[in-house]
Design a protein around this ligand. Structure first.
Ligand code: LMR
Length: 394
């Protein structure tokens, strides 16, 4: 039986991780996978996470199963952080999932269960795993224009023109903040136009929010998501704690499904529970418990927010430094977009050939679509990258 299996296409982000690991050059720089690293190249365990873990170890008396949707206190804490009362709690069903990816997978399956005719509109480009999971589930994908290769900003006209094709059966997948892979984001005014179009067409928005706190701050990064839940009847939200709590390997995500009326919530919740049961039964608990402990303890929460803010400001400083260095070396403003982008990533907007040349010549690793993880840099490697970019003729 197993001999029938065909080799699977390689995931380009994970493939790059392996190539980087095997590169013997001591000066190598990893701008590939979306993992935060500090100036020493370390992905630290955040202070509040350590403290919460110590508390859990001391106080936890049982590791019996929680519930199919995880501990309700986790959903409450996350909903509070993300939506801050923007919508009535009794319209929200929620389930803990293994990471943000788990939330996305469960959301796509929920869409398929609710409406087998639904197509999912995704930004071009989007996180490659969106496309891969949709393809795996056999859900039709429609791409909408998103990134302008010239300006490296959002091609909003193209986006709206392409979204004009959605029907009431369809789902529009949007990145809540810190667009992956481009780093280019909608303004709140543009979000409002997208919301108006969604309401006009009667389609359902789905928001993937994996970087809350990495862009303009914890509150600002949730502003678009809050606006959406206040403005449309139904929403799906896939949230991740991997990045903002730095608990990547704990696989801590949440799927939220907002119904138009509170009387729908019980059935929606039942479907989320059912999906969890079919796919993995009970969701992982440790990361969720860490997050809940932090968000419900004012001191831990304040310390976590302070460290998250340091992280965010550090990435912003690297962006500014890179943009300034490129301006100096290229004698032009054409890289100014790097300081405008937000989140961990920026798409440089160059060809796979030049990305490859930069890797071969300088041991600098970025994804072939020219996505760079800004957090992979430090003050010393920024000038090295800037020189490599200009030398390659980008
Ligand atoms: C990324 O985009 O690099 C991260 O979300 C990690 C992943 O799983 O691809």
């Amino acid at each position: 039986m197993l001999t029938n299996l065909k080799e699977q296409p390689k995931d380009k982000i994970l493939g790059l991780m392996a190539m980087y690991r095997d590169d013997p050059r001591p000066t190598k720089v990893d701008l590939g996978v979306g993992v935060y690293k500090n100036a020493e190249g370390v992905t630290p365990v955040m202070r509040a996470v350590k403290a919460a873990e110590r508390k859990i170890v001391q106080e936890q008396t049982s590791k019996a199963y929680t519930g199919l949707a995880g501990d309700p206190a986790y959903a409450d804490a996350m909903i509070d952080m993300l939506l801050a009362g923007a919508v009535e709690r009794d319209r929200l069903a929620a389930a803990a999932t293994p990471g943000g990816t788990g939330a996305i997978r469960q959301a796509f399956e929920l869409i398929q269960m609710a409406n087998p005719k639904a197509r999912v509109f995704v930004s071009d480009p989007t996180w490659p795993n969106h496309v891969s999971i949709l393809g795996y589930l056999g859900i039709e994908i429609v791409k909408y224009r998103y990134f302008d290769d010239e300006t490296r900003a959002v091609n909003f006209g193209g986006m709206m023109a392409d979204l004009a094709d959605v029907t009431s059966d369809d789902v529009v997948l949007l990145h809540g903040c810190c667009h992956n892979p481009t780093g280019a984001n909608l303004t709140l005014t543009q979000w409002q136009s997208v919301i108006d179009l969604i309401n006009e067409k009667g389609c359902t928005p789905m928001i993937d929010i994996a970087y809350q706190g990495f862009g303009d701050g914890l509150e600002d990064d949730a502003a678009a998501t809050r606006l959406v839940v206040q403005s449309v009847p139904e929403v799906l939200i896939a949230a991740s704690c991997s990045k903002n709590f730095g608990i990547y390997r704990e696989r801590t995500g949440l799927l939220i499904a907002m119904s138009e009326k509170a009387e729908n919530t019980a059935v929606t919740q039942g479907n989320l529970n059912h999906l969890n049961r079919q796919n993995f039964s009970f969701p992982p608990d440790h990361g969720a418990r860490v997050v809940t402990t932090i968000l419900t303890d004012p001191e831990l929460k304040a310390d976590w927010m302070a460290e998250l803010e340091e992280t965010r400001l550090g990435m912003l400083a690297l962006r500014e430094q890179l943009a300034a260095e490129l301006k100096r070396l290229s004698n032009s403003d054409r890289f100014g977009f790097l300081a405008q982008h937000r989140g961990m990533f920026s798409r440089l907007g160059t060809t796979p050939d030049l990305v490859e040349k930069i890797r071969v010549d300088n041991a600098i690793y970025m994804v072939s679509d020219s996505r760079m993880n800004i957090a992979g840099l430090n003050a010393q490697t920024v000038p090295v990258l800037a020189k490599a970019i200009v030398d390659a003729g980008v």
